[in-house]
Design a protein around this ligand. Structure first.
Ligand code: COA
Length: 328
């Protein structure tokens, strides 16, 4: 295997969801909203809520352990653990450090990634770079969130959207000569749009006018930017890989709003039967939506060797990114 022919391939996936469900009917009792509005405007029916004492690192470690088990790779062989999260247990130690300990991945480097809902794609991209350069062979990318720790339950604009959960994928060195593995990636961001989606009081800057450490969002504007940037970077990775929408076996978009998913799929030209949707069960689990969906797609047998998978996300920052991969 020469350096030039190395790429990254996903060799294992895992997920972890808290037991407790919060349904739209439950939310109707908390804020002025309705199951009908949420179902129609967003596509969510219920979301999961972490138990007391169940933190991001716990969910992440469970998902990561499953990904390693599926790959048949012992934790001791992991070179790097990247954890995409906006809700780490603590800023330091990083969630990656806590997950490393839980797994017993004693040889692994550890790093949290702050790219909001795009975090898993940033992690997958960094994993690909480390593997293609020949520096590393096994990179574990985890995305884990306890979003409900930063949800303002009095704000109907945001509290209906988010849920907790984790997903993970092991990226392993793969000989690219069979045309499989990561084919193309694209990362983007624009701080000009920072005010659209914020977590005030989450860093060194005080926000005296904010009600606390709660998500604040201009939903309408985020929606427009999400559709535009996801469609653009999804098309870009296909073009880079020399593929068209007709080649896409499965598109896994970030699960933030069913109308965003539909609009992006339409713009890309991918028909609904080849778009993975599970937003109705979990809501927006931020960085975790894509690896959770990927794990379910694998469980449901929706990815066969040789299939082209495209993952595509956007998030606060604003950030966005997409990655195309040939499964197998
Ligand atoms: N329940 C009932 N009604 C609600 C509501 C709720 N939870 N939230 C807003 N409304 C009302 C509004 O008050 C407004 O009423 P009006 O017409 O009487 O003024 C109406 O519904 C439409 O509001 P609007 O904000 O235009 O709705 P929308 O169609 O843009 O949907 C979002 C709101 C937040 C669901 C949507 O903009 C969205 O999903 N944006 C992207 C957000 C996102 O994905 N963030 C995470 C990024 S990773």
């Amino acid at each position: 295997m020469t350096m030039q022919t190395l790429t990254a391939q996903i060799s294992g996936v895992g997920k972890a969801l808290p037991e407790r469900r919060l349904t739209n009917a439950d939310l109707e009792k908390m804020v002025d909203t309705s199951d009908e509005w949420i179902t129609k405007r967003v596509g969510i029916k219920e979301r999961r809520i972490a138990a007391e004492g169940e933190y991001t690192s716990h969910l992440g470690a469970r998902a990561a352990a499953d990904a390693l088990a599926m790959a048949g790779v012992p934790a001791s062989e992991v070179d790097l653990i990247l954890v995409a999260t906006s809700t780490p247990d603590t800023v330091y130690p990083s969630a990656a450090c806590l997950i490393q300990k839980a797994l017993g991945a004693t040889r692994a480097g550890v790093l949290d990634i702050s790219a909001a809902c795009t975090g898993f794609i940033y992690g997958a991209s960094l994993a690909t770079g480390m593997i293609r350069s020949g520096l590393m062979r096994q990179v574990l990318v985890v995305a884990a969130e306890v979003n409900t720790s930063v949800v303002n339950w009095k704000d109907r604009d945001t509290c209906i959207l988010f849920g907790d959960g984790a997903g993970a994928a092991l990226f392993s060195a793969h000989d690219a000569s069979d045309g499989r593995g990561v084919l193309a990636l694209r990362l983007g961001g624009d701080g000009e749009y920072a005010p659209l989606l914020n977590l005030p009081n989450s860093g060194c800057r005080p926000f005296p006018d904010a009600p606390g450490r709660y998500i604040v969002m201009q939903g309408n504007e985020v929606f427009k930017q999400a559709v535009r940037n996801m469609a653009e970077c999804g098309a870009d990775v296909l073009a880079q890989a020399g593929l068209t929408a007709a080649d896409v076996s499965l598109l896994i978009p970030h699960q933030a709003n069913i109308r965003i998913i539909d609009a992006v799929a339409t713009r890309l030209g991918v028909p609904p039967e080849r778009v993975f949707v599970n937003i109705e069960k979990y809501g927006n689990t931020s960085a975790a939506t894509i690896p959770i969906a990927l794990c379910e797609a694998v469980e449901q047998g929706r990815l066969k060797p040789g299939d082209v998978l495209v993952i595509d996300a956007f998030g606060a920052g604003l950030t966005w990114g997409a990655l195309a991969l040939r499964w197998g």
